[in-house]
Design a binder for this molecule. Structure first.
Ligand code: DX5
Ligand code: ZN
Length: 218
């Protein structure tokens, strides 16, 4: 499976969003990743469905929405309506929803259903849902802020997801998110990641295309 690159617009210059999206698109990006933070589930506030709708209007690439919010079940319809192709929710109890029901709701709305877990959450928390998700997002930093340092220990979860795929002849997409750069991308790919989310490393680079190529392995 080819590795896909998903720039996180959290690190983009919002005053020039159209230009930023055009530059990553021209640079070979595969998906656009939107980080939604509510100030409750994580200690930061980013943006909501109106921004996702704007992104949808600016690109034909798949829009990948990562909900770091409480009660994602309540907001999923608005993000689907805004044009998300995939919607990922957190498995932790603090996100305050019925995980199975929310995943079902996401699929019923025609989106790919993703599930994610924080670094301190054991892989066993997502295991019961592996047969009903399209995408497993492995957080390689504690969510809330861009620009943090990558935690290599989280790659074990990527390996376990890949092993599950092999054992079950399944093809769940495995995505890594947080602190991904050209130095650690290879480790992620070797562990079995199919999609690399990258905010700071791409949007703070001088040449987005070169950085995207480097992330993919040169
Ligand atoms: C972490 C977010 C990530 C993050 C990635 O809270 O889910 O998507 O913005 O940004 P970098 O690549 O800067 O860690
Ligand atoms: Zn994210």
């Amino acid at each position: 499976m080819a590795v896909l690159i998903a720039p996180s617009i959290l690190a983009a210059d919002f005053s020039r969003l159209a230009d930023e999206i055009r530059r990553v698109e021209e640079g070979g990006a595969d998906w656009i990743h939107c980080d939604i933070m509510d100030g409750h589930f994580v200690d930061n506030i980013s943006f909501g469905p109106a921004m996702v709708k704007t992104v949808r209007q600016l690109t034909l690439l798949p829009v990948d929405v990562h909900l770091m919010i409480e009660r994602p079940d309540h907001f999923v319809p608005r993000f689907a309506e805004a044009g998300a192709n995939s919607i990922t929710v957190h498995v932790e109890r603090e996100s305050k929803h019925d995980v199975s029901e929310t995943l079902k709701e996401i699929r019923e709305l025609g989106c790919r259903a993703g599930l994610t877990l924080n670094p301190e959450t054991h892989f066993s928390a997502v295991e019961p849902y592996l047969s009903v998700i399209d995408l497993l997002l492995v957080m390689t930093v504690h969510p809330g802020f861009g620009g943090q340092r990558f935690c290599p220990s989280e790659l074990e979860k990527v390996r376990r997801g890949s092993a599950w795929n092999r054992a079950n002849e399944s093809q769940i997409t495995i995505e890594v998110d947080g602190g991904i750069n050209a130095d650690n991308a290879r480790l992620c790919i070797e562990a079995g990641a199919n999609v690399l989310v990258a905010g700071t490393s791409i949007f703070k680079a001088r040449e987005y295309a070169a950085e995207i190529r480097a992330l993919r392995g040169g």
